[in-house]
Design a protein around this ligand. Structure first.
Ligand code: IMP
Ligand code: MG
Length: 175
């Protein structure tokens, strides 16, 4: 049985997404942005975020596989869907749901750097800084969360719970 406790309400998320949209629009003023979402977790956050960015925006997605149905990282990453747009010479913003160990973003940052974008920054809804194994700088952070497994607003556990409008801390029965 899985108990859950709300930690970020839809109102709190919407307000922070509006703030991030304003900051990003200001930082990239006069530029065109390519926003790359990491499937599947970032899809709801990204859909809301791009609508708060007041700039010409192109969007694309990548899919990496690292977790399977487990709630702890196995440390292995597979690239299962690549970007379709060319990002050479462009200003690129990677959008992620949660940065945890940092492995996924460290991998993607290296891969995208090979495409020689003009700039490459990272935006994450949630940063679990304390859990880093690999150093990754997140340029735009929605919320810092210290611990716990989170679901909702795109975040899943074994592909469940993504559709909740709020973010919950999932209490596993064995923890
Ligand atoms: P990292 O490579 O360890 O930074 O893993 C980041 C990925 O793990 C995120 O894109 C999420 O898909 C997943 N993840 C990490 N923590 C959570 C969580 O609390 N809830 C749901 N997914 C998580
Ligand atoms: Mg993810």
């Amino acid at each position: 049985m899985q108990d859950k406790e709300i930690i970020l309400s839809r109102e709190t998320i919407a307000q922070r997404v509006r703030e991030l949209g304003k900051i990003i629009s200001h930082d990239y003023a006069g530029k065109k942005l390519v926003v790359i979402g990491i499937l599947k977790g970032a899809v709801i956050f990204m859909a809301d975020l791009v609508r708060e960015i007041d700039l010409p925006v192109e969007i694309d997605f990548v899919r990496v596989f690292s977790y399977g149905a487990s709630s702890t990282s196995c440390g292995e990453i597979r690239f299962t869907k690549d970007i379709e747009l060319s990002i050479a010479g462009k200003d690129v913003l990677i959008v992620e749901d949660i940065v945890d160990t940092g492995r996924t973003l460290a991998y993607l940052r290296d891969v995208f750097t090979c495409h020689e974008p003009n700039s490459l920054r990272i935006c994450a809804l949630i940063d679990k800084k304390e859990r880093r194994d690999v150093p990754v700088w997140v340029d735009y952070v929605g919320f810092d969360v210290k611990e716990g497994f989170l679901v909702g607003y795109g975040l899943d556990h074994a592909e469940q719970h993504r559709h909740y409008p709020d973010v919950y801390h999932l209490k596993m029965s064995n923890s």
